[in-house]
Ligand binder design. Sequence first.
Ligand code: SF4
Ligand code: SF4
Length: 243
Amino acid sequence: MMTAEAQLNDLWEGYRSKWRRLLSPKMIRELTLRASFDVDPINPRKIANNIPKGRVPDCNQCEDICCAGVTNVVSLRLADIAVLIDIERTDLITKKKPRFSPVMIRRKPQLQDLMDSELWRTLPVLRQVGEQRICAALTPELKCSLYPHWPTSCARFPYTLSKARKAVFWGKRCPVYQEAVEHVEQSESLFARSVSGYNERIRDAVLLHHARKDLDRIGLGAWLTGSKEDPFEPVHDPRNAEP
Ligand code: SF4
Ligand code: SF4
C-alpha cells in the first residue's frame, strides 16, 4: 500500500506540466485558475537571499513561543496533510480556521488577505489548545512532537519569501538569531525550504482546482473545506484582546 504522500506525489506528476494542463480538455479550467492565481513555480536561482549566510534562529535564547497564539496558527499544505495521515497524527488537524477579529487584523493587516484567500479557506490548520492557543503538537517540554515531520511553514521559519521582491527575508516574528559558519548548511536549507514551500502552495492550488476527486480518493478530501461550508470559527486570544 502506497503512502498518502507517495500517492500525492504520483498525482502531481500528471499535473506538473503547465503545457499538459493547457493542452488538455481541462484547458478552460486552467485558464480560470490562471486568471486569479499565479501558478508558475519560482526558480530558487532567481531569488535573492537577503539573510546573511549562517544566520539561524537561536531558540534557546528566545523568550517567545512562536508555536502559540491565534495569529500564529499553522496552515497546512496538501503534503502536510498526507504526512500527518501517514504518521497517524490526524488528531492534530482541524478544518476550522480562526475568524480573526478586527483588532487582530488592525495589528496584522495581512490576516485579512489570508482570510480572503481561497487556499486558506480550503486547507486545514493545526489544532491549537488552551486559552493561550498553543499548537497541539507542542510537548510540555516545549519540543515539537512532529519533528522531523514538520509542516512546511514550520520547516522554513523564519525564512520568508517575498515573491513581489523576489527575495527571501528574515521574518519579523522571530527576534533572536545566531550567526556562525557551522550554521551555513542549516541556513541554506531554510532558504531552499522557503522557496519550495512557496512552490508547494502552487501545487496545492493546481491540484485543488484540477484534481479534487483524486484528493478524495487519496484520503485528503476529508480535511478540505467545501465551498458551501463555513471555514471559520470565532476565537478569543488574550494577547489580541481590545485594550
Ligand atoms: S521566535 Fe524564533 S528564536 Fe524564538 S522560538 Fe521561535 S524560531 Fe526560535
Ligand atoms: S508543528 Fe511544531 S514547530 Fe510547528 S507550530 Fe506546532 S509545535 Fe511549533
